[in-house]
Design a protein around this ligand. Structure first.
Ligand code: APR
Ligand code: MG
Length: 218
């Protein structure tokens, strides 16, 4: 077990901790972008209310519900569909890295991460419901997004996606899952990360230049 991680049962012994559960939902797909680039897999993430990318899920209260019941309740609010998640879908539990300025030992947050494979049709239903009937649509969830796993000729795709901003450890959770599930090869991920760092540097320059739009100098 990697450092900072704990088993699901160890995590539940911490009754003074807060607990949050999130899930990566994915399916295979035969669709092709532009009729020639295989999409291969649909991997769902969401644009959160805070402008960060993350996984669907949220706070659960283990005193009142099992982790999986709590996660399913959160999914109903965020996706409009009560996706049943079970103990078998659990991948890891770990302490959330403290955010600067907000750390409090009495309210440490334990993150429980799940992965669930579904049928493409089920994923499409979730996407529809998330944008129509989900209670949190437009509020805590600004929209569901698919993770592009491919790289286009111009270098777009996974590399650009990885250069966005993610909540907490969501980027690592995504990359670990892509490797563990063999959705992306280590070589392709390395290449995407290298390109992502270049994109990130360009974004920093763009942001610097954007100050001029406000009439301010950076
Ligand atoms: N890595 C680390 N922390 C994460 C991750 C992640 N991948 N995903 C979520 N979190 C943190 C969030 O910052 C939050 O503190 O876990 C906690 C619960 O996750 P949310 O999905 O944000 O919780 P949810 O119940 O859906 O929404 C409640 O309303 O009260 C506000 O700010 C509060 O984010 C919270 C939201
Ligand atoms: Mg949430």
């Amino acid at each position: 077990m990697a450092s900072g991680q704990m088993s699901r049962d160890e995590a539940l012994e911490c009754t003074c901790c807060r607990h949050a559960c999130h899930v990566l939902l994915y399916s295979e797909t035969a669709s092709q972008l532009f009729g020639r680039i295989p999409i291969r897999y649909i991997v769902l993430m969401q644009m959160r209310f805070d402008g960060l990318l993350g996984f669907p899920g949220g706070f659960v209260n283990p005193l009142e519900e099992t982790l999986e019941e709590g996660l399913t309740r959160e999914l109903l609010e965020e996706l409009g569909v009560a996706v049943p998640v079970s103990k078998e879908d659990h991948v890891e539990s770990c302490f959330s890295p403290p955010r600067s300025g907000t750390y409090s030992s009495s309210s440490r947050l334990i993150l429980h991460f799940y992965v669930k494979k579904m049928e493409e049709e089920q994923i499409r239903e979730i996407e529809k419901a998330a944008a129509s009937t989900a209670a949190d649509h437009g509020l805590e969830v600004l929209g569901m997004v698919r993770v592009p796993l491919y790289t286009t000729k111009s270098g777009g795709g996974l590399s650009c996606f990885l250069s966005h901003s993610f909540i907490g450890v969501a980027r690592s959770q995504l990359m670990n899952s892509l490797l563990r599930l063999h959705l992306v090869s280590p070589g392709d991920l390395q290449e995407a990360l290298r390109s992502s760092q270049r994109t990130h540097a360009e974004s920093a320059q763009n942001l610097q230049a954007a100050f001029k739009l406000t009439g301010e100098q950076p």
